[in-house]
Write a protein of this length. Sequence first.
Length: 217
Amino acid sequence: MSTIRLLLADDHPVVRAGLRAVLESEPDIAIVAEAATAEDAVVRTETGDVDVVLIDLQFGSGMGGSAATRAITAREGSPRVVVLTTYDTEADIISAVEAGASGYLLKDAPADELVAAVRAAAAGQSALAPAVTDRLIERMRTPATSLSVRETEVLTLVADGLSNQQIAQRLFLSQATVKSHLVHIFAKLDADSRTAAVAVAVQRGLIRQNRTPPADR
């Protein structure tokens, strides 16, 4: 039985300690390193002695988990990445999967599910939480009402309170293109305003809840 060399990447020491306690009790898993930032996780995987990275999506500042996943998996012979987070929105899931994550689990997952996910990733298999799998299947079943990646980006920035002009600048789009995306978003979500679209998207778990109310402009 070969040993799975694991890197824990989370900005909370207590979380890392808890994960270490659970995973180090398994005879085939060894924690070879920890990282408190996504940037450190990317650098640490360059040494070639990591098989699986268990990483959070949200860090205090700087690079996020999805960006780190993309950087890690872009290299030849890179370790597998399993995202472990509290966020279960479709936007976060799609972003992580498209970045190259082999697995996506929520932090309330049972210990045996976490261990199984690490082993599956190390074996080159996918390791998605049941709820995540259900959401992806639902997205495939209802493409007409599912937001595209770009539409999700636009609506997320709307939820952050950005204007069309600010969104256009952030995403390097024309304002006309932003307005076109919003028209499609409103139709898919059956909403008649920016505020309503954000509310529906949050309710359906498409984007995260944001405390900044969108301006209807």
